[in-house]
Every structure is written in C-alpha cells, then in structure tokens.
Write a protein that binds this ligand. Structure first.
Ligand SMILES: Nc1nc2c(ncn2[C@@H]2O[C@H](COP(=O)(O)OP(=O)(O)OP(=O)(O)O)[C@@H](O)[C@H]2O)c(=O)[nH]1
Ligand SMILES: [Mg+2]
Length: 613
C-alpha cells in the first residue's frame, strides 16, 4: 500500500551520530559555542524555549505556553535522546479513543496480559511499555521520556511508566499503551499527547463508532504536519459494516493527506479467557509488525522519517512562539505607554496651571495681599513706589499676615493641585489598563488611586522646593546688582515673592495688562511685584524656581507611575526573546540540512491490510 524510497540508500544517521560525539563545547552552553552539530543546536533551542516567557494575558499567550511546554517535552522525551541513539528500539505508541481496545490489542500482539483492559473508562491511566527483554535496559535507563518514573508494577500515577517485557515480542520493537487521547481526565489527555510526540510510529486505534470523532483527527493532522509515521487500526468493526466503514475511513484519511498510512480493519470478535483477541483477528497486524521488526532498514527509515519530520516542524512551530513573544513585548510597551500618557497629562496640567496663573487664587492670593499689605514687605520700599504701597495697603484688610501663612497657603495650594492631577492620572492609567486584557490582569484596586503616601510626599516635595527657592535667592545674592536691590529685604520675603512669581505667569508679570484680568487688589499686589522685581535677575530666579518645581513634580509623578510600570517590568519578557528563538530554530534547521537528515525522508513501510482497505 505504501511505496516510499529505499531508506537503505540514505546514510545520514551515522554522520549525525558521529557529530554527536565530536562536540568541543567545553564548559560553555552549546547555544553560544561554535558547535554547529544538531545535538548542540537542539540544546540551544531547548534553552531558548525554556527562557521564553509569555506572562501577559494575551490570546496568544496560553497557546504559546502550551506549545513551549510541548516542544520542551518533545525535545527531552524524544528528539534529543533519539538523535543520540538512532539505533535504539523502535517505539510504537498505541493511542486512540477510550475503550477502543488499545490495551486489549497490545496484550494480544505480545501474547500476554501486560496492560489491564477493562470496562471502566478510562482504564489505562499510566502508560505501559512492553518490549523484548533484550531492549529493557534501554527503556529502563530513562533517556527516552525522562520525566516518567519507571516502575515494575502497574500504577495509576500518570507520571510513571510501567515497564514490562514480553519474549513473544521481537527485539527492536516496543509498544507503549497510552491513556486515551480524548479523556475526560485532563492529565490523561495531556499525557497521551506527550507520549504520541515521543513515538517513532503512531498506531492509532479507533472503532467503527468513534472514527469520525474530532479529537483523533486533530491529533492525526498534527502528526501528519510533523511528518510522523502513522498506522491506523479500525477496531471492533461489525463484519457486515466492514467494507463501508473501511471505505469511508480511507476516504477521510486520503482527504487529510494521510492516504499513505497503512490501515488495518479488525472485525468485532470475542476476547478469550485471558482477554486476548483470537490470532486470526490480529494476524495481519501482527504480521506487519513482525516484518517491520525483522527489517532493520525499514525500522531505521521509520525512525528517521518521524525524527526528521519532528525536526523540520520545529522551525515553523518556534516561529509561532517568536511571534507570541513579540506580542508580549508589544503589549508591555502599549501598557507602559498608557501609563506614561496618563502621567504626562498630569505633568502638563501642572505646567499649564503655572502658566495660566490659576494657582494665584483664593487663599494664596489673599495671603499674598495680606503679606504685601502688612508692611513687612514695604518697610524699606523706595519713595517712588510709595503711592503703590498706599493703594495696596488700602486694598487689603490690614490684618497682619505673617510670611509663614503665605508659605503654608502656597504649599497647600500646590499639594491640592498635585493630589488632583495624581488622582486623575491614576484613574486614567487604571482605566487604560482595565480596557486591555493584559493590563486588567496586572491591576489591583489600589492602583485606581494615588499611593497612600502621596499627600505626605507631595507636602515634603513642596517644602523642599520652597527651601530650594530660598537657597536660590541666597545664591543669587552673589550677583552684585541684585544684592544691591534686595539687600534690604529678607531672603524669606524675596523667596515668597519669587514663588508667587512662579504662580503668576511664565513671563513673570511682563505687563500690568496681563494681570489686569484679576481683582483690583491683584493688580496692585502684582504691580508692586513688577515694580520691585521687574528685571532680568528676578525673571531668571523665577524661571529657575519654576523649572525646579516642574522637575520635582515630574519625579513625584514618576514614582506614582512606577506603581504601574514595575508591574509590566516584572511581567515583561526579555526584549530579545523572539530573536533568540528564531536564531536557535534557524541553527537547528541549518544543522538538520547539514546532517543530511532533511533528505532522508520516506520509509519503506510494509503494506497494510490490503484485503480490507
Ligand atoms: N468483544 C470484544 N471486546 C473487546 C474487544 N477489544 C476490547 N474489548 C473490551 O473492551 C473493553 C475496553 O478495552 P480496552 O482494551 O481496555 O480499551 P482501551 O482502548 O485500552 O481503553 P482505555 O484504556 O480506557 O483507553 C474491555 O472490556 C475489553 O475486554 C474486541 O475486539 N471484542
Ligand atoms: Mg487501555
């Protein structure tokens, strides 16, 4: 039924085996050495896949995690050990729907009850491997499927592999009876997939009632895409339906590009007292395996075809992982940008507030007017602005307002503004993340509001700034001309005036017109300022104080934004994940071609059950 090229003419295997032993990787991990052998490339790929993380909640993340885990399993369970021992016995994994008769079939093929068959579904929960006693050492040593603990007793634990020997089974061929592929038991299903990925040959067992089910076909398609060698058993077929069902299944196989898979149709029959099928039913299948066991070249060709198919499928599969990794990085960037935009907006609001004079209102304005009006500020004013002083004094209440009250008013005005913008930014960042599934998963309710200690930090920040302004005034005192004009005022009073100037407008009260929109008293108070500080030296001071304030505001808001950004930072996969994956997969592909493996496809499978299919 199947006609493939003669594997005996392909000679890639010894070459690969030779390279395996010639690695001079020394202490370095294989991925970073010049070792371009296939085993070294696989080790590098395994490391790259192991390092790839898909922590952000994206549609591609969970499939990528599963694919990554499955690839790691396949590398460990099968590809790496198989490549190291191309001459190891051929492993036939028997898989299929629950109750299809897999265990019964394996028992019948090896002429012994090695695997429990039963009426309870599913019966087989932990895999059973049966081989000739001569092959037991290889399977026991645990190179293949290293994650499964070998046992000599039947076990219910899916992480064990029950090893049984059967003299009736020829050496060079082993059967692994797997749990059902469509199990209601999650662990069964996952294990079945893992076991099939470790097969040299998949023996798919289905029944007349179950062969059209979706799950087996999904697995068959993935097997075909990996180039795995497959044989099909249609079990327990009522004799009268055999022709029709076999024809339909053959059609389905052909439609899925699986027409080359040998098909065996086993009629429904009685099991004997041992639970074994009669010889006449199993004879075609048993004969087929006997021929395969006897033909070392055919066995080697099967191994090579499945192995190469699996190797060839790595590149496209890893590409999927690389794309998922890129999506992770892009999503992390997008989440960060939502946060940064929110806090940039907050900073802009503060900047705007300083520019449009909106801070020079209410308590601050009242305190400023009082402060100016008490005379504390005017004591040594020159006569030429005396009239202004009179106007201001007349305009204010006359209640003495100490400088400290103005300072406090400035502080609380700024703190109120900062709390407001921080609250708005937190809310914006929060809703920005909430609208993104990956962001929503990183949120916690507290992030919707500023940090608990924001008010304290804002107060401290403003007080630090105020101290900084006084420092600035003191330092600027070094400027002779400025000193001459300000020597008469307390540094404190000048500092407060500079702070008010920061609040007043960017250009520092350039004209009376600009401030004339305020109350009459504002005009007076600012006119005083203009008269006193309307020169370049004070403009410079105010500009510096403004820049300093905005820097401090930025630092404060950065700390707020960091509450979000540290979350993406922790979740974010390494930026070079995708590149590493692609590089590692490219190395495997190149090594595969160099090894001659890529050309060694096509196994000479003995024909299937020609009489029936
Ligand atoms: N009459 C008859 N019974 C069979 C045949 N094959 C299997 N059985 C019975 O069907 C039941 C299920 O068979 P198993 O071999 O345990 O099936 P399985 O595919 O290994 O099932 P799981 O391990 O649950 O996946 C057992 O009671 C078998 O004795 C057959 O060809 N004819
Ligand atoms: Mg079973």
């Amino acid at each position: 039924m199947t006609t493939h090229g003669d594997p005996a003419t392909q000679s890639g295997a010894p070459a690969v085996a030779a390279r395996t032993g010639s690695t001079d990787a020394g202490e370095d991990p294989p991925a970073t050495t010049g070792d371009d052998s296939l085993p070294a490339a696989l080790a590098g790929l395994r490391a790259a896949i192991g390092a790839a993380r898909f922590p952000l909640v994206l549609p591609s993340a969970e499939p990528a995690r599963r694919t990554g885990a499955a690839l790691t399993d396949q590398l460990d369970d099968y590809l790496i050990p198989r490549l190291a021992r191309l001459d190891a016995p051929l492993l036939v994994v028997v898989g299929g729907s629950t109750g299809a008769g897999k265990s019964t079939l394996v028992n019948s093929l090896v002429q012994a009850r090695v695997s429990a068959a039963g009426v309870l579904r599913p019966t087989t929960r932990s895999p059973v491997l049966v081989c000739n006693p001569a092959d037991a050492a290889w399977f026991r040593q645990g190179e293949l499927l290293p994650g499964l603990t070998r046992t000599n007793e039947p076990s219910e634990d899916p992480r064990t592999l029950h090893l049984v020997t059967a003299p009736a089974l020829p050496a060079g061929l082993a059967f692994l009876d797997a749990p059902d592929i469509d199990s209601v038991v999650d662990a069964n299903r996952a294990l079945a997939g893992q076991l099939l990925a470790a097969a040299d040959l998949w023996l798919f067992v289905t029944t007349a009632a179950r062969y059209a089910d979706a799950v087996p076909w999904e697995l068959l398609r993935s097997a075909r895409s990996r180039g795995a060698v497959i044989a099909m058993v249609l079990d327990r077929v009522p004799p009268e339906a055999a022709d029709e069902v076999a024809a339909h299944l053959s059609e389905m196989l052909a439609a899925q590009d699986l027409g080359a898979a040998p098909l065996f149709v086993l009629p429904e029959t009685w099991v004997d007292g041992q639970g074994l099928l009669p010889d006449r039913v199993t004879a075609p299948l048993a004969g087929w395996f006997a021929r395969l066991a006897a033909d070392a070249d055919a066995r080697a060709a099967v191994v090579r075809q499945t192995l190469d198919g699996a190797l060839a499928s790595l590149h496209p599969t890893v590409e999927g992982l690389a794309e998922a990794a890129e999506e992770q990085v892009a999503a992390a960037d997008a989440l960060d940008e939502r946060v940064r935009a929110a806090y940039r907006g907050a900073h802009r609001t503060v900047e705007q507030g300083l520019r449009d004079g909106r801070l020079l209102r209410g308590e601050v304005l009242a305190r400023w007017q009082e402060f100016v009006g008490t005379g504390e500020f005017f004591r040594t004013l020159e006569a030429r602005i005396g009239r202004l002083r009179d106007r201001v004094v007349a305009a204010v209440t006359g209640r003495p307002a100490p400088a400290a009250e103005l300072r406090t008013a400035i502080e609380s005005q700024l703190v109120t503004l900062l709390r407001g913008v921080a609250a708005e930014a937190a809310e914006n960042a929060y809703t920005g993340w909430k609208a993104h599934p990956a962001g929503a998963a990183l949120l916690e309710p507290a992030l919707a509001h500023p940090a608990d200690d924001l008010p304290e930090r804002a107060e401290r920040m403003v007080r630090d700034w105020q101290r900084g302004v006084l420092e600035l005034v003191r330092a600027e005192g070094g400027d002779k001309r400025f000193v001459a004009r300000t020597a008469a005022y307390a540094v404190n009073a000048t500092g407060l005036a500079v702070m008010i100037a920061v609040f007043a407008s960017t250009a520092f009260i350039p004209t009376g017109l600009e401030v004339a929109t305020g109350a009459g008293t504002t005009v007076a108070a600012q006119a005083v300022l203009q008269a006193i500080f309307g020169d370049q030296a004070v403009r410079t001071l105010a500009n510096k104080a403004r820049a300093d304030l905005l820097d401090r505001v930025r630092a404060l808001l950065d700390d707020e934004a960091a509450r979000f950004l540290t979350r993406t930072e922790q979740a974010r996969p390494a930026a070079d994940t995708a590149a590493e994956l692609r590089r590692a997969a490219g190395r495997v592909e190149a090594a595969r071609h160099r090894s001659g493996f890529a050309e060694a496809t096509g196994a000479t499978l003995p024909a299937g059950d020609e009489g029936l299919s």
